[in-house]
Design a protein around this ligand. Structure first.
Ligand SMILES: [Zn+2]
Length: 95
């Protein structure tokens, strides 16, 4: 249990939102009458940005792999064409 900034003792409630199902949080009964009453998570903290990033990462991983593969292919292409140019130059100098 903890004391809210308003002086009320908080209670532990369980979240039923889609984003945080089953998670427990500190709830202020006084704040709850005017708003959500949510103060802080009671279980191991996962910062909202981190969980957001994790979701985003999972969603874009396959896309990123595609982009990465294309980038590598293009890089290889560029490098090999650079080597060809260098070969051409050295040929000219050798001749
Ligand atoms: Zn309060």
């Amino acid at each position: 249990m903890a004391i809210c900034s308003c002086g009320f003792q908080t209670v532990i409630r369980t979240s039923y939102t889609n984003a945080n199902p089953g998670r427990q949080f500190h709830y202020c009964p006084r704040r709850g009458t005017r708003g959500s009453g949510f103060i802080d998570w009671a279980d191991s903290p996962v910062c909202p940005m981190c969980s957001e990033l994790l979701v985003e990462l999972e969603r874009t991983t396959s896309m990123n792999e595609d982009v990465g593969r294309k980038w590598l292919a293009k890089k290889k292409e560029t490098e090999s064409s650079t080597f060809h140019k260098l070969d051409d130059v050295s040929h000219i100098h050798n001749d």
